[in-house]
Design a protein around this ligand. Sequence first.
Ligand SMILES: [Zn+2]
Length: 547
Amino acid sequence: MKQLMWGSPEALRRLLCEVVSWKSMTLTDGEREFSSKVAGKLKELAYFQEHPDQLGLHDADLGRQFVTALYKHPEAKETIVLISHFDTVNTEEYGDLQEYAYMPEELTKLLHSRVDELPEEARQDLLSGEYLFGRGTMDMKMGLVMHMGLIEKATVEHWPINLILLTVPDEEVNSSGMRAAVPKLLELKEQHQLEFKLFLNGEPVFTQAPGDRNYYVYSGSIGKIMPSALFYGKETHVGEPLSGITAPYIASFLTQRMEWNLTLQETEMGEETPLPVTLQQKDLRLEYSVQTPYRSSALYNVFLMKRNAEEIMDIFEKVALNAAHACNEAYQEICKERNASPVGEVRVLRYEELEKYAVRKFGADFVAGVKATVQKREDWDDREKSIRIADTLIIECQELAPAIVLMYAPPYYPAVNSSNDDLVVECIEYVKQQGFEKFSLPVNQVHYFNGISDLSYVNYQDAGEGWTVFKENTPVWGSSYSIPFDEMTQLQAPVLNVGPFGKDAHKRTERLHIKNAFEEVPALVEGMVKMLAKKNRNGVRHHSWTK
Ligand SMILES: [Zn+2]
């Protein structure tokens, strides 16, 4: 049998350290350069030298690319897509150790001279020698490295199944990599006559509580959406406070009601979503003035399991109506007490209503022009652009004020779940049994990966209304942000996440469990893929199967 480059735990560890050393923080040059480096590495495999057209670099956005590597058995149709992201979060929190954040072996050694600076659990883990520290080790370059090892073995041993290794940028911010990859997957499917059988991600295991040592596999991924609001009050001078109504005042009523709102929590199969929380609340005016602030905005984070964008908008609207009502009552009461006449009642409207109103008033070209002007601002991200589009429109439609304009700001990760899928049930059963038999590793199932993942963009299930409501209420839809809902609906196959155990993703104590990452999980995933390949044998007439 041919020698494997990445066939041993030691080789995987070396490969991981190399891949980690290719810095790739989201929205940096490193992220832009990473894709060619990983493609170069895959090109070292004999299989991709023989089939160069099955290894591809494809454009995402902002000069970033994603990589696809297809291992195709000549007679197999059934295909597993191996998904990973290669961007990482920043390293500022490493302080003076920042340059070592990308050198796991060196960093882990160095930390021994600084054990006292580490939190207790990280200290114990370091001293145990069981962990490798470094940015991206856990989240999630190990997942990518495991998939590289897997595809190498499949090509050398001629597994009777097809594999697509897909690794993408931008998961940590907007998932533009995965959203761009969706149509490409459909293209590959057509071109090579593939049948997608499973979308297998390798995101790391996230502990469910501090000190949690359990190993988990995930049969779904939690959704995340950002209901947002523009508050448009009536300006006045500080000397005459009751002749206007400030935006922060209006906002306070909604924020009070959105934060920790129980009606926006979901419970499914014994798991619950974290409660909603405010991600940002700010004034749109940047300088100090004695004119009262009359425009401000807020972004709220909401997690999802079964609900879609339409259902969340309905609840958000109810909460906002209730907030506006309370705000109006409080304002009218003080006006009555002080014999002042109120400037009006705060109304609630969805962004789509504001846009339609503006189109009626000024025409579609005007609205398109407003959007185009806002899009030119490169210093604004999609959140800021969303708010600014609504803001510019309502400035021209002040007869609607005071008002709360409800909208969605990107990103949106739909929830996805395959817990009831027979194949996924079988895979989990296999990993549980083998984990225990081979490694005495107790494996537990979680229904929704709680760290947010790119699995959100496959296996989409929606009759269409949820997605229409999202489109119509996302001001930047179709220009700087879009989700390929149509194509996602065509990518029907169950999802599963099996990745390495680690701790403290996004913290300076990010670390990977060495034995779990280099031995246990690669062996379990390999066994699972082979199990699926064997099941598939009937469809493959002359399989050559060296193991
Ligand atoms: Zn991740």
